[in-house]
Design a protein around this ligand. Structure first.
Ligand code: NAD
Length: 238
């Protein structure tokens, strides 16, 4: 079956994506040739994006975070847009994403499970007041709340647990899906990558530029750019 035939046949798809979904929007992923992990830093990005580093070295954390993790200029690409169309057309149940960039919502998707949080939510660790990404981006140094508390991005740093309600919603959606499309992810970040094991449906599709551990288990593997691949498919909007 071709991808177009699979998508046409499906009535309850779920999309599971990673950083590769946003590279065509100009946001580098972590593990590709030109990804963030291949760039040279004194402290590795994994360490810099850990909870222990955030609390021990907040100045350095926010320098890296503002420079590399706050791409507020980025716009949704053809993949984000097509998924929003499919949800509106009643063919897609949910997007489950490891991304923190908010581009699925910017494209119009409503049911989005952000397993690793979002740069668009930032909260005071003392009084829990929320701040926007723009407020974090426009400041310098460690962002402080009006109450004096440190503001923390609502993103899941290495060493932190995932939000239980988000995990439950994501797993339930994956369990209900008739087709699961996995795209733009190296499937190496756990526990997120393990959630696709809850899929019970008929058609498992992988769209990725590089090989992944899932390749041998799929109904269909498409080696390509997810924006280009999804962009060519029908939107099913009448
Ligand atoms: P990853 O960097 O480990 O892997 C990305 C995968 O996507 C690679 O296998 C690569 O071949 C593929 N890819 C890249 N561009 C592609 C494209 N246009 N089309 C198809 N495939 C493409 O990413 P990951 O598995 O998501 O894990 C990294 C973690 O980094 C995630 O937890 C995520 O939270 C975080 N992250 C998020 C963003 C973002 O929000 N945009 C950006 C970087 C990293």
């Amino acid at each position: 079956m071709t991808l177009e035939e699979i998508v046409t046949k499906s009535s309850g798809m779920v999309f599971f994506g990673g950083a590769g979904v946003s590279t065509e929007s100009g946001i580098p992923d972590f593990r590709s040739e030109d990804g963030l992990y291949r760039q040279k830093y004194d402290v590795s990005p994994e360490v810099m994006l850990s909870a222990s580093y955030f609390y021990a070295h907040p100045e350095e954390f926010f320098r890296f975070y503002r420079e590399k993790m706050l791409p507020l200029h980025a716009k949704p690409n053809a993949a984000h847009k097509k998924l929003a169309d499919w949800e509106r057309a009643g063919k897609l149940l949910a997007v489950v994403t490891q991304n923190i960039d908010g581009l699925h919502q910017a494209a119009g998707s409503k049911t989005v499970y952000e397993l690793h949080g979002s740069v668009h939510r930032n909260y005071c660790t003392k009084c829990r007041v929320f701040y926007s990404a723009e407020e974090i981006a426009s400041g310098t140094g460690v962002p402080r709340c009006r109450c004096g508390g440190t503001i923390k991005p609502d993103v899941v740093l290495y060493g932190e647990p995932l939000d239980a309600a988000t995990v439950e919603g994501a797993v339930r959606a994956i369990e209900r899906a008739d087709t699961l499309i996995v795209a733009g992810t190296s499937l190496t970040v756990y526990p997120a990558a393990g959630f696709i094991d809850y899929f019970r449906g008929d058609r498992l599709v992988l769209i990725n530029r590089d090989a992944t551990p899932l390749d041998g288990k799929c109904t269909l593997v498409v080696r390509g750019k997810v924006g280009e691949v999804l962009g060519e498919l029908p939107s099913f909007l009448s």
